[in-house]
Design a binder for this molecule. Structure first.
Ligand code: CS2
Length: 480
């Protein structure tokens, strides 16, 4: 299918003339939002109209802007299915800004009264918070910078600065719609924005607290990084060069709390978004059952030499491990209304096993220090406290510790990408036993509060002893 969302059927107008005006600024224009939010917004406008064009902002690198410029910001979204790719052109971006090149242009775009919503996918670490507590990390270099200078560099800094500009101009705040995999993500970002704003101007913080809206969301679509081979394949299929196509599964789910400033938003229901009063049940289920097992399979699968999640699931030992993990996780999750957790787990199994999706274990393994609290540690803590089975989750955590120690089972270095990578590697280095490695890593209070560390030390050390002496595959095989 090759459709142009938001364009007349004859496709005669130039894209620039046909596009709706901007109503959304998006911070963190990675592949995920282009494969997910942009598609929903395109569908919402195709169904019900509205000026919900998007200005994308890259907070770091110019690569996406440079790749999209030649196509006037449109790109191909590719749904990957075993029976073949489905292609669609997405034309909802009106511009792409690169924040470090021109922070003032970003603030101006966000402060524009026509902009009603600022969406974010800045990844877990982009919120500059303490993953264990959810509080703003005042020692984070970007937050220190934003407290010292007028023009920000962090995502919370941009939100506060742009909200301040709107406050001064007498313009209503935009709705902040975070789309990152964090627990109670709207509440979290609201807390961070208020904390930062209060340090800059308490009156601004009061205004944001009363007028601002920060709906929480649950987002779900597996989106592996686009490779050079993907770019070449899509060019052959379409006959058009697209330097930045996005690759994703056909499945997609977005649940959003219906809490927008003045109720102003695109017709998201028309695009299939579940508008809910409270997203906690959806978010809890997804973070624990999907992201928790994704991370577990990423660390254990990588150490066992599997390149992708589909390769990992094709290994029967790991397919059984995934099922054992779901059995451990399910007792900690309250299903959203009319959802069967067993059916949800079965669907996840099929999504992971999809051979058309080459989602690298190494990609998912990134930033574990920021991901594990909401993905695995809560579940593990609850199971241990209740005396329930937790062997699979202990193996997952021990596999992460093995992974961040920086050497794989064949003695090869691992390219660990994590804001705490150096600290974790140094803590693991020079320890005598696997149990010592576990104790050393559990001392990182940004991830493990002291009482959690005490609870985890014994059971995780046991799992680590097995991984270090028998290898991860044999250890996983022993989890039932
Ligand atoms: C993955 C997620 O990279 C990761 O950490 O677990 O990006 C995952 O693919 C998405 O959350 C699926 O919705």
């Amino acid at each position: 299918m090759w459709m142009e969302a938001g364009l007349p059927a004859d496709g005669q107008n130039t894209r620039a003339q046909a596009r709706p005006a901007t109503g959304i600024v998006h911070l963190g224009l990675g592949a995920f939002f282009r494969a997910f939010g942009c598609v929903y917004i395109a569908d919402a406008m195709a169904a019900s109209g509205g000026n919900w064009g998007i200005v994308g902002v890259s907070l770091r690198s110019p690569d996406t802007r440079d790749a999209l410029r030649a196509s006037d910001w449109s790109y191909t979204s590719v749904s990957l299915a075993p029976e073949g790719d489905k292609l669609r052109e997405i034309a909802v971006l009106n511009d792409v800004l690169v924040a470090p090149e021109n922070p003032k242009a970003v603030i101006a775009a966000m402060a524009d009264p026509a902009v009603k919503i600022v969406t974010l996918t800045v990844t877990e670490k982009g919120y500059c918070h303490n993953p264990a507590t959810g509080a703003l990390n005042l020692d984070h270099p970007d937050i220190r910078h934003d407290l010292a200078y007028d023009l920000p560099v962090s995502a919370p800094g941009y939100l506060v600065c742009a909200l301040a500009a709107r406050h001064v101009a007498g313009v209503a705040p935009f709705t902040v719609l975070t789309c990152d995999n964090l627990p109670e993500n709207g509440k979290l970002v609201r807390g961070l924005v208020l904390e930062l704003a209060a340090r800059i101007d308490p009156a601004l913080a009061n205004w944001i607290a009363t007028e601002g809206r920060f709906p929480s969301t649950m987002v779900d679509r597996i989106t592996p990084a686009t490779t050079g081979a993907d770019i070449a394949r899509i060019a052959t299929l379409t006959g058009v060069a697209d330097a930045a196509p996005v690759m994703h599964e056909s499945f997609s789910q977005w649940a959003v709390e219906d809490n927008f400033v003045n109720g102003v938003r695109p017709d998201l229901e028309a695009a299939g978004v579940e508008m809910v009063r409270d997203v906690t049940a959806h978010e809890h289920m997804k973070l624990r059952m999907l992201n928790g097992t994704h991370s577990a399979l990423a660390y254990a699968g990588y150490l066992a030499g599997h390149d992708t999640i589909a390769d990992t699931m094709a290994d029967p030992v790991f397919a059984d491990y995934a099922r054992a993990l779901w059995a451990e996780i399910m007792p900690t999750v309250t299903a959203p209304e009319s959802v069967s957790l067993t059916a949800y787990a079965e669907a996840l199994f099929d999504r992971y096993a999809n051979p058309a999706i080459r989602h690298r274990t190494w990609q998912i393994a990134m930033d574990g220090s920021q991901k594990l609290p909401q993905r695995i540690l809560g579940t593990l803590h609850e199971n241990l406290a209740e005396g329930r089975k937790a062997d699979g989750l202990c193996v997952a955590l021990a596999a992460w510790m093995r992974y961040v120690s920086g050497t794989d089972e064949a003695g090869q270095p691992i390219d660990v990408r994590d804001p705490l990578a150096d600290r974790l590697r140094n803590l693991a280095a020079g320890q005598d036993t696997p149990a010592d490695v576990v104790t050393a890593i559990l001392s990182v209070e940004d991830i493990f509060p002291a009482d959690l560390a005490d609870q985890l030390r014994g059971p995780v050390s046991k799992a680590a002893e097995k991984i270090w002496s028998n290898g991860v595959r044999t250890t996983v095989q022993g989890v039932t």
